[in-house]
Design a protein around this ligand. Sequence first.
Ligand SMILES: *Cc1c(COP(=O)(O)O)cnc(C)c1O
Length: 383
Amino acid sequence: MPETPSETAAGQRGLVRPVPKPWIAAIHPYVPGKSTGADGQVLIKLSANENPLGTSAQARAARLGDGQGAGDPARYPDPESHALRGALGALHGIDPARIVMGTGSDELLHLAAQAFAGPGDEVLYQRYGFAVYEIAARRCGAEPVEAPDRDYAADVDVLLGCVTPRTRVVFLANPNNPTGSYLPRAELARLHAALPADVLLVVDQAYAEYLDTAAEDGALALAATAENVLVTRTFSKIYGLAGERVGWATGAPHLVDMLNRIRGPFNVTLTAQAAALAALGDQAFVEASRIHNRTERARFVAALEALGNHGLRPLPSEANFVLIEFSGALTAEAAYKGLMDHGFITRWLPGQGLPRCLRITIGTAAEMDRVAAVLRGLAEGAR
Ligand SMILES: *Cc1c(COP(=O)(O)O)cnc(C)c1O
């Protein structure tokens, strides 16, 4: 039997299986926060920045549906999430035409990179930035470029110094994960003003709702007027809907148009749209979550600062977690394992270049008391 032309061609090239693009093969998969120990033991999960208060009861009800709730699962969801975009627009004072929904903000971060960068281009972000940025850059064939940090935080001058003629997209999480650091409004404005007009600035506001309104970074206002700013937000954090996968982005119509062209046409499910819409309507839950976080984070940081003589240093955080640097006898790895022995899973980050750091999500008051007590015991026992 003669081989087909393509088999012949593949044989001549010596290829026996599909060849991935080198930029895809270079990706290290994202490592999600774990919820069980090595032996499968269920642990209290303080590793993924989820809401310890859970989800608004209204959102839970809408998700389950009560005849008129989420809708008929045999039918496709509204491909344009009209009701949800309308509610977001009303809440934030944004024209819904300037909002695009995503399967989590994760999808939108990838789409932003893909729409505006490719092979030969650079995608810039700070060292210790959100781990998805490197994957988003590589996924579209662009080169990820890490700007050095300043004591774990983003530095505008350092970032600007890394901009080259090949830079197409700059990602900035504000507040940042995993460091919790925050670029105030004036600094963000300075970054934007100095960036070339053809560089897309993506401000990832996954934790923005945890800020006091007075501390707002002004990114939404920039997205409303500038031609090159996209803001992403999520329902996964303060809204307590991580499992439903809903995020959104806003920016100039030409930016939103490009993301709409390449997103999944039915990327937000029926239940996700219904739950997110109801969650938006329950701002009392959001406010309670913000206050809980502010109170418990302050208490936890104070408890950690009392362990400063043992080499523990909580980095300043505006988010719903604290990154702790360990420089004494107790190492981050030992603290991670010790906390696990006491039933808590946290986030040790050697894979992100942070082997001396542990990221701990703010949980309930009782959980944070216990975590602080375990850390004290470990620190005092270490030598
Ligand atoms: C958690 C997080 C997100 C949210 O991702 P989703 O896909 O919306 O769940 C985005 N950016 C940062 C920095 C995060 O920490």
